[in-house]
Design a protein around this ligand. Sequence first.
Ligand code: HEC
Length: 91
Amino acid sequence: MMPAACGTDSNSGDNSGTSAAGLSDSFKANCASCHGSTGNGGSAPSLRGYSRNKISFTTQVRNGGGGMPAFSAETYSDANLTVDYTWLISN
Ligand code: HEC
């Protein structure tokens, strides 16, 4: 798999739900309803350009909190989490 390139898909209001190049289908199924179809925010904060480490990301996803439900690895796998974390920190 090619790593997502920086700089070619910057924040340009692409919230149509069809252009989230690097996000997993599982993100679209489990996260997009609150965080936006491209992770750009909605009822929950934007995750684009996420600046904390992967442990913080994982802890929030697995434990939930602050109005967010917890997601088990059965619902949202570690592999999908890694794909989405990697994309969000650089987009
Ligand atoms: C029901 C709505 C909802 C869903 C679904 C949801 N979240 Fe959240 N999420 C939130 C809210 C609200 C917050 C803010 C929590 C806070 O401020 O403490 C949040 C916070 C986060 C944060 C921390 C953001 C930060 O700036 O530190 C991450 C990471 C995150 N969510 C990832 C995900 C992922 C990945 C999924 C899908 C597996 C997901 N969320 C699904 C509502 C949701």
